[in-house]
Design a protein around this ligand. Structure first.
Ligand SMILES: N=CN[C@@H](CCC(=O)O)C(=O)O
Length: 351
């Protein structure tokens, strides 16, 4: 994992504003004690949740999308580390492990690719390297029975999350086969064909490679569902979905019923929890939209799914604070921070 940067206490405190008479999460959460031996550090901590950043937009660019998914991580840290440590969330139960830095790879591609097609090919090739490193880290975390909280990055990282978690939870003895389920709140199915890795085909690759058993997508926007993908999904008994239109426009099922259907469909084994921020209306993300669920509904999604499933990991992706088309919004990190704290608080209610 040559691109992984493991954080020190100083790294954490550099994002934490210390204030008298109060304690912030950044003062309480844990770091990896011995970066030279990640496994040993994970084995010797009572912390249960391991947060990692994958601030890259290589997968999005490989999908011909708008870059910028590499910009949300730092603003997430600024928000999350300055949350109050209190009875609702103390912080000791969390390890902030660090982040991957693939920026040199993206710079090299930008500088050397000669044409649009060459660039797309190079980005798709680079996603394989990201897949390998993210998978390896998720594998190590889960085989030590810790829960990865992965902040992206493009939705390409669902593939290494699923693969790494399936292998790791299997190795730990928690599941009998290296195969898990996934629930995804998203405007897009990300089940595009296997044309080279990118942010739009993580679930297809995970299924074809045998690491994803069942997949439930909630809130897909009909306008952005490719007909071939739709046909493949409806003809696959291991995949189910409900569109945004069926919930909010045609009102066939309400949001809570859709969440219940998702957890019932995937309740036979551990389940990856996926959230693409482009499904939240007006949230700065690679395929931002004026139409979508509210931030409160996204928080309800995380809380409901955690309480009603056996989580394998949490992955929040595609958020940005600065997009390559010039749009900015500094609040994305704070939104991610709410979602991460909802996940950990929810987990603590159950386990
Ligand atoms: N993860 C996002 N997937 C979408 C991207 C759409 C876009 O950026 O234009 C998809 O492949 O359809």
């Amino acid at each position: 994992m040559q691109h992984l940067k493991i954080y020190t206490k100083e790294d954490v405190l550099s994002h934490t504003k210390i204030r008298r008479f109060e304690t912030k999460l950044g003062e309480r959460l844990q770091i990896i004690r011995n970066p030279k031996d990640l496994e040993e550090s994970l084995q010797n901590t009572l912390a249960r949740y391991v947060i990692i950043g994958v601030p890259e937009d290589i997968g999005v660019r490989a999908n011909q999308g708008i870059g910028g998914a590499d910009t949300a991580w730092q603003s997430f840290l600024d928000a999350f580390l300055n949350c109050q440590s209190n009875d609702f969330l103390g912080g000791e139960e969390i390890i902030l492990l660090g982040h991957f830095d693939f920026s040199a790879v993206a710079e090299l591609i930008e500088a050397s690719a000669q044409s649009f097609d060459e660039k797309v090919d190079a980005y798709r090739h680079a996603v394989n390297m990201i897949d390998d490193e993210v998978e390896q880290l998720v594998h190590i975390i889960t085989q030590n029975r810790k829960l990865p909280v992965v902040i992206g990055g493009g939705h390409n990282n669902a593939y290494p999350c699923i693969k790494g978690a399936a292998k790791g939870w299997h190795k730990s003895g928690v599941i009998p086969f290296a195969q898990i389920n996934a629930i995804n709140l998203d405007a897009h199915a990300d089940y595009r064909p296997m044309e080279g890795r990118h942010s739009g085909n993580a679930f297809r690759y995970a299924e074809e490679d045998g690491y994803l058993e069942k997949y439930f997508a909630i809130g897909l926007h009909e306008n952005y569902l490719q007909q071939n993908v739709w046909m493949d999904m409806v003809n696959n008994p291991f995949i189910d979905c409900i569109t945004f239109e069926d919930i909010f426009i045609h009102e066939k099922r309400d949001f809570t019923q859709a969440l219940k259907d998702a957890t019932e469909f995937t309740d036979d084994t551990l389940c990856g929890i996926e959230l693409d921020l482009d499904c939240i209306a007006n949230t700065l993300s690679c395929d931002m939209s004026p139409v979508g669920v509210s931030a409160i509904q996204a928080r309800q999604y995380v809380n409901y799914i955690v309480l009603d499933t056996q989580p394998a990991y949490l992955h929040i992706c595609e958020g940005a604070t600065n997009l390559m088309n010039g749009r900015n919004d500094a609040s994305t990190g704070k939104l991610i921070s709410y979602l991460v704290s909802d996940f950990i608080k929810g987990m603590q209610q159950v386990y």
